[in-house]
Ligand binder design. Sequence first.
Ligand SMILES: *Cc1c(COP(=O)(O)O)cnc(C)c1O
Length: 415
Amino acid sequence: MPLEFKLNPSAQRKNTIDFLKAGLYKVSPLGYYGEFGGAFIPEMLYPNVEELAEKYLDIIQDDGFQKEFQSLLHDYVGRPTPLYPAKRLSEKYKAHIYLKREDLNHTGAHKINNTVGQILLAKRLGKTRIIAETGAGQHGVATATVCALMNLPCVVYMGEVDMQRQAPNVARMRMLGAEVRPAMSGSKTLKDATNEAIRDWINNPSDTHYIIGSVVGPYPYPDMVARFQSVISEEMRKQLIEKEGNELPDYVIACVGGGSNAAGSFYHFLNNDEVKLIAVEAAGEGVASGHTAATTVVGKIGIIHGSKTMLMQTEDGQIEEAYSISAGLDYPGVGPLHAHLFKTGRAQYLNATDEEALQAALELTRLEGIIPALESAHALAKLKDIAFKPDDVVVVCLSGRGDKDMETYIKRLEI
Ligand SMILES: *Cc1c(COP(=O)(O)O)cnc(C)c1O
């Protein structure tokens, strides 16, 4: 039976979010960024989502929580990650280019910042079981990792097709002790895995926490995930003072799948209008090719995974499959805060094709000795398209490392 997504009518929720608590994205008490966001969920999930919305801010702003979160980020994840001045890249593009090295985090990407935060939250909510959905398996691995760390049982839903395509990540999750359950319906990919995870949550409302992997889903997920990832821009500001004597760069550039590494990279610069925020989506084989994930170009307003946002859909409103060479970017929507940043123009949305990303990955490897994730290579690919001034300070979020993409690099770059 198809899940029916309805607007959570809880206009009754206490307006507990004062100005400070609204965070820099200024989410409204009902979870809106301008016209985007909200919580469109099956009725059976209202209590779960409501519990989270009521409690998440108090929990994550608590001193004890912050102490445990910060010490795990430091000792387990390996933060702060370096802000690396990329000398040869800077010479090539004639600007001061820095790479925020999220690839050096434990498990190789920024996703672990969020899963560490959410597992600590789950414990404080008294939850004893964790579920997650995963597409390429990166979020599944980051979730299975923190479940092993905290000794909590973990079920990861993954499309059956994705399980075949991403076998090494399935093996990692299993070695970490997670159960990987195949989603067999529809196209057997991410959106089907998401539906299975939602069904599981409906059936296990009291003991289970659902860890969503990006700034997507019903409120409060987009805000919560953005806050956990905001450590990225918090560190950037401190590191820029040390390196440039000024905490504000001219540009921050990040790739966007659902948009969590970009949301975290932009977070502490949102109110500084002189900082240009550039988000890079995956164009796939080209924005007009029919094989793309450039949501802000080809998408329209609709509802996906519980929130109102921009998404790729057919004439009659069915969600369209997204395509990108990079498994972390082939998502048919963007988080609602990105739809808002796009619409208001606070951030500029560019896109890079598969081929541009491949060439940018090779270029970074040869210039700096760093093999980037294909996702991050989309952000790097736009350096050639922006007219920098020689004094411009540019920070690119290197969201992850490229080990997982070696098969694609070998095949497509004929290495
Ligand atoms: C998952 C992933 C992404 C895309 O997710 P966002 O939520 O858009 O950040 C980007 N880079 C890497 C390395 C990833 O694993």
